[in-house]
Ligand binder design. Structure first.
Ligand code: SF4
Ligand code: MG
Length: 338
């Protein structure tokens, strides 16, 4: 059998009034059950679009999609609306940054969690309510049998996030996509929520895609990392590989803007200068070249005109023309200067 989830050469373009946005370009990755893939990048790097596409939530009238997305033996991009609707909430679930986009203010938490269970499992009202209480208890909400009848506004921010996770997990999905699930929360609650996701993963073998701009979140939660820049994957590897031996100049920049990591990682202490490119008109060659300090070393003509690619397969790889030796030397030099 192949990987549990396999994204192959995915491209996503939408037409806007200003032209065509190349949101995702040539993206490939695999995800196994029971593991977490962190997708990291600045806003506009294509990470959220990728996941909306996996969920089939893109607007088909304005979106052009290429490539393939395989969930076990089912190809999702060719699936019809009804099939995707059946998969969403049941086998694939989504956790959003803002629980209020997922929770309606007009219905009790218990009814909303129960509704998902009823829809996909054909459970009775009573069963659904019991399941909602069980889920609230699993995500650590105190007095779940009372809380089940409360409305979202009666919950704190952290509890709403937990309730949303309870709703996402009510049908024991095989794949959970969490898009910046903790960004709006304070650090303590953030850590609790990430621990909770890990715990639930250990219990049920869920595969998780964790989308974030924060490499610190990935360091503590993910098994593998994909760094995205301007709609493309620029580095891929295990968390250990990418954090200990980051190879792409953009990853160096991302790491250096993380003060809690830089003490153990020898990277330039400069955040990435400049701004992400417009996806209406992405730069030719290496998409990072306008912000990169090293084209002279790698070959400026190459960097400006030819697109570097990740190696196929699954090992640690980055899309940059610098040799491994050059990367090691640059990182050593920078370390000496500090
Ligand atoms: Fe920089 Fe060139 Fe490497 Fe791109 S390919 S990151 S421009 S050195
Ligand atoms: Mg986003």
């Amino acid at each position: 059998a192949g990987p549990f989830l396999s994204v192959r050469d995915l491209s996503v373009e939408f037409s806007t009034e200003d032209g065509i946005v190349h949101a995702v370009d040539g993206l490939s990755f695999d995800l196994e059950k029971g593991t977490t893939l962190g997708i990291v990048g600045e806003s506009g790097s294509g990470k959220s679009v990728t996941n909306l596409t996996i969920l089939g939530l893109h607007d088909p009238d304005h979106t052009k999609i290429g490539g393939e997305i395989w969930l076990e033996d089912r190809e999702l991009l060719g699936a019809d609306r009804a099939t995707m609707e059946k998969l969403r909430g049941n086998r694939i679930a989504m956790i959003f940054q803002d629980p209020l986009t997922a929770l309606s203010p007009f219905h009790t938490i218990g009814r909303q969690i129960g509704e998902v269970y009823r829809k996909h499992r054909g459970a009775s009202k009573k069963e659904s309510r019991e399941r909602a209480i069980e889920m609230l208890s699993r995500v650590g909400i105190p007095q779940p049998a009372t809380r089940v009848d409360h409305y979202p506004h009666e919950f704190s921010g952290g509890m709403r996030q937990r309730a949303m996770i309870a709703m996402a997990l009510v049908c024991d999905p095989d794949l959970v996509i969490a898009d910046e699930p903790t960004t709006a929360l304070d650090v303590t609650v953030q850590a609790q929520i990430l621990d909770l996701l890990k715990e639930l993963q250990q219990q049920s073998g869920t595969a998780i895609i964790l989308i974030t701009h924060d490499l610190g979140v990935v360091a503590n939660t993910a098994d593998d990392v994909l760094v995205m820049y301007a709609g493309r994957a620029v580095e891929r590897g295990t968390v250990r590989e990418v954090l200990r031996e980051p190879r792409h100049p953009y990853t160096w920049g991302l790491l250096s803007s993380m003060p809690r990591l830089t003490s153990s990682v020898d990277v330039p202490l400069e955040p990435v200068r400049g701004t992400p490119p417009s996806l209406l008109n992405p730069p030719p060659g290496c998409p990072f070249h306008p912000r990169c300090d090293y084209p002279e070393l790698a070959g400026p003509e190459l960097c400006r005109t030819q697109r570097p690619e990740l190696s196929p397969g699954t090992g640690h790889s980055d899309a940059c023309y610098l040799t491994l030796r050059q990367k090691t030397d640059i990182r050593a030099q920078i370390k000496d200067q500090v």
